[in-house]
Ligand binder design. Sequence first.
Ligand SMILES: NC(=O)c1ccc[n+]([C@@H]2O[C@H](COP(=O)([O-])OP(=O)(O)OC[C@H]3O[C@@H](n4cnc5c(N)ncnc54)[C@H](OP(=O)(O)O)[C@@H]3O)[C@@H](O)[C@H]2O)c1
Length: 279
Amino acid sequence: MLNPSPTSKTSEMSKTLKFRNVLITGASGGIGKALAEGFAAKGANLLLVARNESALKTLAAALEKKNPKIKAHVLALDLSKSDAASKLKHHCLEQNFSVDTLVNNAGYGVWGQFAELSLQEQLDCMQVNVTTLVQLTHEFIPMLKENASKGGASLMNVASTVAYQAMPTFAIYAASKSFVLSFTRALHHELKPFGIAVSTLVPGATESNFIERAGLQHTAEKAKKVTMTAESVAQIGIRGLEKNQIEAIAGGLNRMMAGATRFLPKSVLEHAAESIYRK
Ligand SMILES: NC(=O)c1ccc[n+]([C@@H]2O[C@H](COP(=O)([O-])OP(=O)(O)OC[C@H]3O[C@@H](n4cnc5c(N)ncnc54)[C@H](OP(=O)(O)O)[C@@H]3O)[C@@H](O)[C@H]2O)c1
């Protein structure tokens, strides 16, 4: 259905949204793990995806122990592979796991000068942060549409506050998150008539393995003062999805900074970013 009849589904949606079968990418740690805990506490069955199978299994066992009414399944998958999204869809069909909530959380950054970093490393990052996210979204929208009429369906994509500006020495990562933000905002409008809630979770600095994976250990001390817990960020994301918030920016300081990017000159913001990330 290309042009579904207009409805007041947005307000209905938030009242009826139930998380039944939630697929979360990047659930082996950090924000994804905290999202899994948050959705499990709401009674959702889960499919947890990442590469680290043992971390996923430990989390799944802990979640099932805490809430014996839910099932937490795991799938070890490398989302930097171009066929990852179709494999994941196939897995869900095979396992009869009908996804009503898709959470595209897996992602990471690579810090350094664009020209000096390996091209392949940066293309892999784009594959995980952008291409696989798009492929997964496309693969699962038909399932979300089916489930929207059976109690609600939703999509959460995880962007970042770096989405609001260019970031010298974090060029690919910031650009990838600008893509996620813009893409998700567009889908929010496109999928509203189908009764699918679509929200972008926009975290700022958050406790996780992110800094280490990105090679940003030298910023850890500076970031500490403004770092939020993964649990509080996940709660903001889940509430944002329940309210069908187009952007759920985590925390007052991050909301203020995001707002400031609308009126501060770009060159000022870009110089500031460069000095924050400099070694
Ligand atoms: N922490 C921050 O300060 C911050 C700020 C803004 C936005 N974010 C965003 O929040 C999201 C979660 O990051 P995090 O902070 O929780 O970092 P994290 O602790 O490093 O978690 C990243 C997750 O993504 C998964 N992942 C990475 N590469 C993957 C691959 N090739 N295939 C499958 N899974 C992969 C990791 O699992 P495996 O390693 O087991 O594969 C892990 O579960 C990311 O999209 C990140 O960009 C984070």
